[in-house]
Design a protein around this ligand. Structure first.
Ligand SMILES: C=CC1=C(C)c2cc3[nH]c(cc4nc(cc5[nH]c(cc1n2)c(C)c5CCC(=O)O)C(CCC(=O)O)=C4C)c(C)c3C=C
Ligand code: FE2
Length: 410
């Protein structure tokens, strides 16, 4: 596959090899050598690879939060297995180098030694960066695990980082919930996204292990709100805070947080099964009343266009949108659909929504919504919450720094 400028990832790799220098990163468990050099991965690479499908890792905020949604997403959570702070730092340094390289469309060196496994798994060699973003978040247990200040950083914990409390209708499976570190990997090419997760797993060998991984998709026409598996436009209300001031109000953590968290955000995750078979037997009128919006246009009851304001007096009392509105809070939603196995007893498909929202204060914004919805939402007849997580995503990374540095070296 070739970019606009006629240079493929393979050619970029050759270019990088000529211009950059290999940095040995021992102790990674894979004996990897990263073919990376910052000037290669940023300035040079942008002229060599199609610019508009590359999202830099570095910036004021982490990528993948207010970035327009890519088509594919992996959400993965890791458990840190090492007790050594310095080993953890090595892993995070390796991850950072790898993420910067991958976001710029580069690949780790395959190998100088054919007797060793290649450092990179290789499946992106001919692929473009595809808007790859990697967004990191830290769970409460990163700071304090079972009351234990595992890396001497308990005092660095951000203000609102707590697991989402148990809700009345929860069916949460701990095996797909929580974790010390999570990474949301998004790209417009599924293989590019999976490659990133897979190599993060490899680079964590000996220091961390994968706890769970979720895979999602969000198909839609560019510029239009994607539809969820109930066939409704999902994400319309994000429009309400789509401005720099709006993001400051809704998404970015502020002055009441430790330095490293200011400009970061809290990622809330809920894996929500959607009973698509029973939904598909529901009348259109009941489906629309469940949300309080038209299925085709996405307009709220009593309104004409998708983005017209919601008149609460026109909404069924227990409709999903009415309940969200009643809280007078906003969150930034970035959900992906998922499909999984068939239940052999019923023939029903396990499908649903990987609900992801970003907010500056989950206690104030998300939890009141979740509580109200769990108690009253018309949607409850069709959904079941099976996975859960809350992660603090630090502010964006500065070039030359590694992920977590401001916490671990404070
Ligand atoms: C606690 C927060 C929320 C959960 C959990 C949640 C689950 C969920 N939502 C849909 C589908 C739709 N949600 C819509 C709007 C909407 N949802 C939330 C919050 C949660 N949703 C908010 C804050 C809003 C915005 C309300 C507003 O201000 O108008 C919509 C309508 C269109 C839109 O704005 O996106 C749909 C459709 C599903 C299917 C689901 C669980 C599976
Ligand atoms: Fe919703």
């Amino acid at each position: 596959m070739e970019s606009k400028q006629g240079i493929s990832r393979k050619d970029f790799l050759k270019l990088s090899a000529a211009a950059g220098m290999g940095i040995a990163i021992g102790a990674s468990g894979v004996g990897a050598v990263l073919e990376i050099n910052n000037s290669t991965a940023t300035s040079k690479s942008t002229s060599a690879v199609k610019e508009d499908d590359m999202i830099p890792l570095y910036g004021i905020h982490q990528p993948g939060i207010i970035t327009p949604q890519q088509t594919y997403m992996y959400l993965a959570a890791f458990r840190i297995t090492t007790k050594s702070k310095s080993d953890l730092i090595v892993m995070l340094k390796n991850w950072t180098k790898f993420c910067n390289l991958s976001a710029a469309g580069g690949t780790m060196k395959l190998s100088d030694n054919s007797l060793l496994p290649p450092a990179d798994t290789g499946e992106t060699l001919d692929l473009l960066p595809s808007n790859l973003t990697l967004t990191f978040g830290l769970g409460r247990s990163f700071f304090v695990d079972d009351e234990h200040d595992r890396f001497g950083i308990a005092q660095m914990a951000p203000r609102y980082l707590n697991d989402i409390p148990r809700m009345p209708r929860d069916n949460i499976d701990p095996a797909i919930s929580g974790g010390d570190i999570c990474v949301q990997v998004c790209a417009d090419d599924q293989q590019v996204a999976f490659h990133a997760v897979r190599n993060l797993i490899r680079l964590s060998t000996g220091q961390a292990s994968l706890k769970w991984m979720q895979e999602g998709f969000a198909s839609g026409t560019p510029g239009k709100t994607p539809r969820n598996l109930f066939g409704f436009k999902d994400g319309t209300a994000n429009e309400l805070h789509l401005s720099s001031a709006g993001y400051d109000q809704v998404v970015w953590a502020g002055d009441d947080e430790p330095d490293w968290m200011r400009g970061g955000s809290y990622l809330a995750y809920r894996k929500i099964q959607m009973k698509i078979e029973s939904w598909d037997r529901t009348s259109l009128a009941d489906q629309e009343a469940t949300f309080g919006r038209s299925k085709v246009s996405g307009a709220a009851f009593g309104a004409h266009g998708e983005f017209d304001s919601v008149d609460l007096s026109q909404q069924p009392a227990n409709s999903h949108v009415a309940l969200a509105k009643q809280t007078k809070q906003q969150i930034h939603r970035r959900a992906y659909s998922y499909t999984d196995k068939v239940d052999p007893r019923t023939g029903n498909v396990d499908a649903g929504l990987l609900f992801i929202s970003y907010q500056r204060n989950p206690d104030q914004q998300l939890l009141p919504m979740l509580r109200l919805m769990q108690n009253k939402d018309a949607l409850n007849s069709y959904v079941s919450h099976v996975g859960s997580g809350m992660f603090a995503c630090p502010a964006g990374l500065k070039e030359g720094r590694y992920f977590g540095q401001t916490i671990l070296e404070a």
